[in-house]
Design a protein around this ligand. Structure first.
Ligand code: FNR
Length: 186
């Protein structure tokens, strides 16, 4: 069984990226378990707090990533870059101050995202590249998923109603899952 974890980089209740993650989960192929992680409850990174003990929401996310074969980041774009709250969460998980192993090294990562603007998180996704490279992640670049005009893709309940977007999301998830399967079988 292949396990994927998806993480949305938004704390907003009506987040388009969280809605995209939720839409992606049932599109996983058979024999693939796809679960959602969350950055909810993660405090601002502070080495003093870490020294006293890794906060529970950080440890939970770290354990989820460690137990997954592949990780999908659903990133919003802020000011043509990545959102601080998402980077903060990844910084927490990546910190090796307490001697914990690097859960990013060699693990398959994919990046996707949606925004109300015309470029669908193009620059937000690009901003993740040096971060993931620094962490030694195995960045999958087999396909790209940048969905623009998010406001017209979802209904009022956050359901992905745009058929083209749904088809692209399915292709993306299936291709990443196939990559992760091949990698873990090797
Ligand atoms: C944005 N937004 C935005 N969108 C975009 O396509 N490019 C950008 O550079 C920015 N910059 C930006 C900065 C800040 C501070 C905010 C708060 C917002 C809009 C953003 O894409 C929109 O709020 C999305 O809805 C955020 O994603 P979620 O929360 O819906 O997942």
């Amino acid at each position: 069984m292949t396990t994927l974890i998806g993480i949305s980089g938004s704390l907003r209740k009506a987040s388009f990226n969280t809605a995209l993650l939720q839409a992606a989960i049932p599109l996983a192929p058979v024999n693939v378990t796809f679960v959602a992680g969350t950055i909810e409850g993660i405090p601002l990174y502070n080495a003093d707090i870490e020294r006293e003990g890794v906060p529970e929401p950080v440890q939970r996310l770290k354990d989820q990533i460690a137990s997954a074969d592949g990780v999908l980041l659903f990133t919003p774009e802020y000011n043509n870059s990545l959102p601080g709250v998402f980077k903060n969460a990844i910084d927490w998980v990546s910190s090796s101050m307490t001697g914990a192993p690097n859960v990013f090294a060699g693990r398959a990562f994919a990046i996707a995202g949606t925004s109300p603007g015309p470029f669908g998180t193009l620059l937000g996704q690009n901003a993740w590249l040096p971060v993931l490279r620094t962490l030694g992640a195995d960045l999958w670049s087999g396909k790209r998923l940048m969905l623009p005009k998010a406001g017209s893709l979802f209904d009022g309940d956050g359901k992905l109603t745009d058929e083209d977007a749904r088809a692209r999301l399915k292709t993306f998830v299936e291709a990443f899952a196939a990559y992760v399967k091949r990698k873990t079988a090797a």
